[in-house]
Design a protein around this ligand. Sequence first.
Ligand code: MSP
Length: 642
Amino acid sequence: MDSFFVSTPIYYVNARPHLGHAYTTIVADSVNRLHRLRQKDTFFLTGTDEHGDKIVEAAEKNGLAPKDYADKISSLFKEAWPWLEVENSAFIRTTDPEHVQCVQRFLNTVYEKGDIYFGEYGGHYCFGCERFYTDKELRGGLCPDHLEKPRYLQEKNYFFRMTDYLPALKEHIQNNPDFIQPERYRNEVLGMLGDELTDLCISRPKSRLTWGIELPFDSDYVTYVWFDALINYISALGWPDGEAFRKYWPGAHHLVAKDILKPHAVFWPTMLMSAGVDLYKGLRVHGYWTVQEAKMSKSLGNVVQPMDMVEKYGLAPFRYFLLREMQFGLDASFSEEALVNRLNSDLANDLGNLSNRILAMTNKYFQGLVPEKSELSPEDQEVVDAGLTALDEYVRLFGDFQFSRGLGVLWAFIGRLNKYVDASAPWVLYKEGRTERLQNVMYVLLEGLRKIALHLWPVMPSSSRELLGQLGTDFDLHRVELDQEGGHWTGLTPGVRVAEKSNLFPRRELVLKQDQKPRGSEKKQRESETSSREELVSFEDFKKLNMVTGRVLQADKVQGADKLLKLEVDIGEKEPRSIVAGLARQFDPGDLHGREVVVLANLAPRKIRGVTSHGMVLAVSHGQDMVLLTTTEGTEPGSRVS
Ligand code: MSP
């Protein structure tokens, strides 16, 4: 029997499961379910990544030892998945003793091969990313991800001869177009391989980090968290000689978002090559969910909690929306409005109405029993043929990770069936006593609905089962032959009783929380609430603001805007920053030359009157005046305000 293996990233235990984690995990579950329907022997792996600086820091903040903290958050992930109807085959934790042993065995294998050496290295280390950055990779001297100045570290460490394997990796990617998909990410990786990549630093001295897996060949060091984490994909299968490894590894697909492309597309395959393990079959990379055009983050307060959405709108609409709304590979924007629209239009209107109509008519014309089918008229046969083609295409697209397109094809067929009801007008056939045609039309509709319900099991398992139950068939995974479904339109047994009605997807209204409601009547109340209960931020939140001193090198009026000045400010980076400030009414450009100012440097860039502003100059409004924030002594540009 063919096997199929799909994994999600193992999630860091420094945050609770949110929409982003839920998306990847639901995608993995859906793909896995599709292969289960196709009677493949499948394995679906997820879990948590628990070592490294990030976790130590989060544990400290919560006053817990790293392991206790990891236990707590890991169980939140583990318990979240069944609520989302995610059925993973295993849940791995990098603190599992079997994983620890496996990582040490892998390290020994690579070490004995001569691919690990000891050396000294100096570089810019970002603690948030837990990695070194080269000058070229930094953006304006800052970590491109955290927008913080990395610390320069010089230390002795172990290195993996990754560069030795890059030519072979490049060749593999070129010869196997399916290895990394969608294409844009394949190209991105080929681009990376053209850059100057260095060997990978795979250790951290215990003098600065002890929360990790000890190197089997030097007890003064622990393993770099990525070298440890990536190995989960084979440790969970019992590498090197486990039965599961032998069975599932040849069909391995890793599912990740674009944020962790490089470790999966470059570190991991080269590690596998060195250890003499076959490469995984495919890496599938998706984009990012944003909320109100911004990355989800605690500080912006826009983190979407999957369970909130499920409570408000139901699980099937949530899973369907995620798969339908995001074009796999591209970013997508999440909003409750969009979710409610999809729910009302696609589920309540299209599929819901179709099911209600079909069941009601079967009850009215055939006392609720599936009718016999005889030879079909050309119009009826056309619908059947369109259905077979659509379902075949859906399975192909879904298996190819093109979920949105696949569901689009399925919904076009649902639309076609709704039109077929109108065009064939069973109520007229009934009135005119054209029983044979009426039987055929109703059979075509009932069987079409059964096929749709079955094909939706990967997307919305319970609703699919329920709909199948309403059509008088039990869902038995072991008896489903999805690959045979394309060859017939005879799945329903005549005489079987169907339900009286469906009502699976009632229409819903948008449910907004108090603080999401539009401005207006509640505005006053909100204002008085905020003034009486000042909002507190944690020190961690404050630390996210990168405020530095700077010197104004140039100031000019912005054409057509009487309040704005465009400033060029030296904040200790290679190039001065262009910042647009609303200071033109209070200052002549010449007054500002040479002034020391305080700049919020990690504010997201914004276009103001056609000029992009890369930060904000801080000032205090004082009556009609603006007073610039500065220091009493004068500082080097780029000095951090804390
Ligand atoms: N621990 C590493 C992965 C190690 S795998 C060997 C890690 N963990 S993480 O908790 O940061 O998870 C990152 C993953 O979470 C992304 O690759 C993606 O699967 C999911 N997402 C987190 N936020 C996301 C969005 N906003 N949008 C879509 N998915 C995102 O990196």
